[in-house]
Design a protein around this ligand. Structure first.
Ligand SMILES: NC(=O)C1=CN([C@@H]2O[C@H](COP(=O)(O)OP(=O)(O)OC[C@H]3O[C@@H](n4cnc5c(N)ncnc54)[C@H](OP(=O)(O)O)[C@@H]3O)[C@@H](O)[C@H]2O)[C@@H](O)CC1
Ligand SMILES: Nc1ncnc2c1ncn2[C@@H]1O[C@H](COP(=O)(O)OP(=O)(O)OP(=O)(O)O)[C@@H](O)[C@H]1O
Ligand SMILES: [Mg+2]
Length: 345
């Protein structure tokens, strides 16, 4: 099957959308497999010729006195998916707490400083992607700083994943992200309604989800939107994908943070690989599909082991095995692949 046609490109025709994406009927295994194959195409090889940092340096903007878990989940997930370095830019109080969860994270206690924007800006040349919002909170002064960080990141063309309270900010000021096609928004149910109300004047509750996500993406100027839920619906305003990888029925907090952190590194890899590797589909669409599938596979594996007691920490433990299962084969795991970003399958 040709992968491009299997996804059913949607260009301005909602009739086609309905035929291509019957959300309530089971998507074929072939479609899921074809989408997973595109993700595999953008995963860089592990090879001896690489130096530290080449696989990706990710920044997470979030972490305030109330929420320290969310930025940790996002930043550690980026590392465990394959980033070499993961930075967190949090408030001063939150930083030692986040550091204490993991020696692997680089934590900057700058977000509530008067010089926050400059403090983060000096790191931007060394970052490949930003994840903005996990555990950020909604303090006005913090959000003002984050506005400046978003503007500085856009000016540098850095891919930005926006989640949680970052989406709250975007719902207040959609112009912040309007038309920036290196942005991916990852709303949950509530966050999506808020954004749709702000951007389209209608929360779109109860509407066909594929149409709703496509409409929001288009209204934002083809910003990629990932609406999380029983199935994840992803659109870049051109195409719509659904991810129905089996997950779990546990709805513990933090799973969205795992997704946004994973997407930070996958977005960098997909943009680096370019549309040739994604068979014409948008690289961020493919990256988003990969992050959704991975998060759900982690949920499934963790639930098999821990059942009702499953928490996001258990899912993070599954990131390595879940990634291998979905995206790697024995040929790719030993670093034998050519330095083209493509794994041999
Ligand atoms: N360990 C940590 O540090 C964690 C910290 N976190 C951080 O918390 C901050 C706030 O994030 P958030 O997601 O709680 O805020 P928001 O979008 O206002 O949702 C609030 C309300 O929306 C509703 N609702 C949600 N989903 C729904 C659904 N599917 N379907 C229907 N309703 C739904 C639901 O309403 P309720 O059921 O109470 O009526 C819910 O209470 C943010 O910084 C985030 O990163 C988290 O990442 C978790 C781990
Ligand atoms: N009803 C569901 N059934 C299966 N998987 C789901 C369901 N709802 C959400 N998910 C999955 O859980 C993950 C997180 O989505 P969720 O809607 O919980 O995000 P969130 O509310 O932002 O989470 P967080 O607690 O991190 O803020 C996604 O991978 C999504 O596919
Ligand atoms: Mg969330």
């Amino acid at each position: 099957m040709a992968v491009g046609s299997g996804f059913g490109a949607v260009r301005g025709c909602l009739g086609v959308l309905n035929r291509a994406f019957p959300l309530h009927t089971a998507r074929s295994v072939t479609d899921m497999e074809a989408a997973l194959q595109l993700v595999r195409n953008v995963v860089p090889p592990l090879a001896a010729w690489q130096h530290k940092g080449q696989a990706g340096r990710i920044g997470v903007v979030g972490g305030c006195p109330e929420y320290t878990g969310a930025p940790y989940f996002a930043a550690i997930s980026a590392l465990k998916v394959g980033a070499d370095l993961s930075h967190v830019f949090s408030t001063q109080d939150a930083a030692p707490v986040i550091k204490s969860y993991s020696p692997e994270l680089i934590v900057h206690p700058v977000l509530d400083s008067p010089s926050a924007v400059q403090d983060v800006e000096k790191w931007l040349p060394r970052l490949h992607a930003l994840v903005v919002g996990p555990g950020l909170g909604r303090d006005d002064a913090l959000l003002e700083n984050v506005k400046g960080i978003l503007e500085a990141s856009k000016a540098r063309g850095i891919p930005i994943v926006i989640d949680a309270d970052g989406l709250w900010l975007v719902a207040q000021q959609p112009a912040l992200i309007q038309g920036y096609q290196k942005a991916v928004l990852t709303p949950n149910h509530m966050e999506f309604s808020r954004l749709a109300e702000a951007v389209l004047g209608d929360a779109l509750d109860g509407r066909d989800r594929c149409r709703a996500v496509l409409s929001l993406s288009r209204a934002l100027g083809n910003v990629t939107v990932v609406q999380k839920g029983e199935q994840d619906v992803i659109s870049d305003g051109e195409q719509v994908l659904t991810c129905s990888q089996e997950g779990s029925s546990r709805r513990c907090g933090g799973q969205g943070d795992l997704l946004s952190g994973s997407l930070g590194i996958l977005a960098h890899w997909a943009l680096l690989a370019g549309p040739e590797k994604t068979n014409g589909s948008g690289p961020l669409l493919v990256a988003a599909f990969g992050a959704c599938a991975l998060t759900r596979q982690c949920a499934r594996q963790a639930f098999q082991k821990h059942g009702r007691a499953t928490t996001t920490t258990d899912m993070i433990t599954e990131l390595g095995p879940a990634f291998s299962r979905l995206f790697e084969t024995s040929a790719g795991a030993d670093g034998g692949a050519a330095p083209t970003g493509e794994l041999r399958l």
